[in-house]
Design a protein around this ligand. Structure first.
Ligand code: ADP
Length: 590
């Protein structure tokens, strides 16, 4: 469709209407004016012809041609008109402007023809005789009831036509002026209509660019004001809707982003639509870079890719567990459901991820722990059972064997007892620390270390070992004395047990940076580097046989670690094989 400016739509219409009106009025008035003048002249000519008729009625014949011609000339001169006298045969008997002898027969002239039939004849035409347009009027002259001649009067009408032409020219000029006026009015009117429309167009463009706060000002036109109001209302509504949609989206995103669970959505073509930070962290992708990208291009985990496919094609909630590789291996639990639009079409799927790594680790630890405990208990029980059966089988009758076997049984029972004691300590520690039931108080360390050493004194004497203490009496820490004593006992006990030929143990405590460190040093067997990271695990032993022989349970260091944690501290072991070890408990400074 051709688009035209409003001005060019209004101007031709205005111009056409005004010109049509002007032409109609002009044409009608000119015609009326012409008719009026022609009629007046005709009436005038008839009156004059009747007067002349009276003068010539009796002697209108060829014999009087010279007197008739003179009369014609005199009357024509005084009345300022052309007078022609004609006999019934059409012969000109007299003419005010011409010599009748030189004039041709007039019987054929239209007005004469009518007059010859007894009526008043009238004709308007160009006269070659006087080179002007004339109105002719012919009156028949009756003599004894017959047409005896014709008096024809005529007057030039060129002056009327000239006057009318000058009016026509004036009307044409008026037309031109009106055309210009119409152009001007069209311009003004179109401007008045188009200016608010232009403003509205600009405002609508700004609405389209998102600036919905703008208001279109009202105009004096009822319709355009109505349009402006409607546009303002529409913008207000849109603004309100966009605001509420944005608010809703922000709320949703805030919820999504604050969730610990990873949530992401894919479309039907398996491309990421959205993803919260937790999901991005769990599957190791950048949420911004992965937007609109296919899952296969972003996540290189076969299990997750398969799961997303399954979720997209299933009508129910689907679930799976998978391992996400990477620097840190993670065990993830995924739940997926189909996403539907308003018309119930599948448009994608939403997946919720849970990091169950810790849970799995705990499960594994529990499983290992149960296996370890069973194994630890099984060994002394098997031994006890074996010796009891041997005794029952008859060894009981041999007092020497019987007492040896019973001693072994007693040792195994002690071992069982020790394991159970340690397990109970651990479980109590876990139980109490979980419930924050362990109280920590500011206390001097020296006394605690001293009582630990005293508790180990018997064993030290048995192993010919000496224990040194090096601690400032003023050194204090926030501790639970009983627990810390137990931890130090465990460390000193180990140092004595694994001290080899150099039977010396040194216990010391000192501030280091923002910590207070309790150190238990020995110059014994030492521990291989490879064992150090796992040393504090439950039931971990470097040398199983030696530990068992020495009555170890494999739980001593695990208990120490736990006690340190209860004190918001940690433990460390440094050792060189064959040279000795240093175990340290690090407590926060007060
Ligand atoms: P255990 O009851 O067997 O001593 P622990 O948890 O106390 O169990 O110790 C774990 C293992 O660490 C021990 O079996 C032992 O091999 C090693 N170990 C602990 N303390 C020392 C030490 N001071 N010197 C050498 N090895 C040690």
């Amino acid at each position: 469709m051709i688009k035209r400016r409003l001005l060019w739509q209004l101007y031709p219409t205005y111009l056409l209407i005004t010109l049509a009106v002007l032409s109609a009025v002009g044409w009608y008035s000119l015609n009326s004016l012409r008719d009026f003048h022609y009629n007046r002249i005709t009436v005038d000519l008839e009156v004059r012809a009747r007067l002349i008729e009276r003068l010539v009625a009796e002697n209108l014949s060829a014999e009087n041609i010279s007197s008739l011609d003179t009369l014609s000339k005199e009357v024509g001169k005084s009345a300022v008109m052309r007078v022609t006298l004609i006999d019934p045969a059409g012969l000109v008997l007299g003419d005010s402007h011409e010599d009748p002898a030189r004039m041709d027969n007039h019987a054929g002239r239209p007005e004469i023809k009518i007059a010859l039939s007894g009526n008043v004849g009238k004709s308007t035409r160009y006269s070659h005789t006087i080179n002007e347009k004339l109105i002719y009027l012919a009156v028949p002259v009756f003599k004894k009831g017959k047409v005896s001649g014709i008096v024809r009067t005529s007057l030039p009408i060129t002056f009327i036509d000239d006057a009318l032409r000058s009016i026509e020219i004036k009307i044409a000029w008026a037309g031109l002026v009106i055309a210009l006026l119409a152009a001007l009015i069209s311009l003004v009117v179109s401007r008045r209509i188009s200016r608010p429309l232009e403003g509205m167009k600009r405002a609508a463009e700004e609405f389209a660019h998102g600036d919905l706060t703008r208001k279109i000002s009202a105009t004096d036109s009822f319709e355009i004001s109505g349009l402006a109001d409607a546009l303002n209302k529409m913008a207000h509504q849109l603004d309100w809707r966009i605001r509420s949609v944005t608010e809703e989206r922000n709320e949703r995103e805030a919820i999504l982003f604050s969730m610990i669970e990873g949530v992401f959505a894919v479309d039907a073509a398996e491309r990421f639509i959205s993803m919260n930070q937790a999901a991005a962290d769990l599957i190791g992708v950048d949420p911004k870079k992965s937007k609109r990208k296919h899952i296969q291009a972003v996540v290189r985990n076969n299990d997750l890719q398969k799961f997303v496919k399954k979720a997209l094609n299933s009508s129910e909630v689907v679930e799976t567990d998978f391992v996400m590789g990477g620097v840190r291996e993670r065990h993830l639990q995924a739940r997926g459901a189909v996403l539907k639009d308003a018309s119930d079409n599948n448009i994608g799927a939403v997946i919720v991820l849970n990091d169950v790594t810790r849970l799995r680790q705990l499960e594994n630890m529990r499983r290992d722990f149960v296996a370890n405990v069973s194994h630890e208990i099984k060994t002394p029980i098997t031994s006890i059972k074996g010796f009891v059966e041997t005794l029952l089988a008859g060894a009981i009758n041999n007092p020497e064997d019987a007492s040896r076997f019973l001693e072994i049984i007693a040792r195994q029972v002690d071992r069982l007892n020790a394991i159970i004691d340690d397990l109970l300590s651990l479980s109590r520690l876990e139980h109490d620390s979980g419930r924050f039931a362990i109280t920590l108080e500011k206390n001097g360390l020296k006394g605690v270390l001293q009582s630990s050493i005293e508790a180990c004194q018997d064993r030290a004497t048995k192993h010919n070992a000496t224990i040194e203490l090096n601690c400032d009496a003023s050194l204090q820490a926030k501790i639970n004395p009983q627990l810390l004593e137990q931890a130090v006992i465990n460390l000193v006990d180990n140092a004595i047990k694994y001290s080899g030929s150099e039977k010396r143990v040194r216990v010391s405590a000192e501030p280091q940076g923002n910590e207070i460190v309790i150190l238990v040093r020995d110059w014994g067997f030492g521990i291989g580097k490879e064992h150090l990271p796992r040393l504090f695990e439950r039931f971990y032993r470097v040398d199983k046989a030696r530990s068992r022989d020495l009555g170890g349970t494999g739980l001593g260091l695990a208990i120490v670690k736990h006690i340190a944690q209860v004190h918001q501290g940690h433990v460390r072991a440094e050792s060189v094989l064959g040279k000795g070890s240093v175990f340290s408990i690090h407590l926060p400074k007060i």
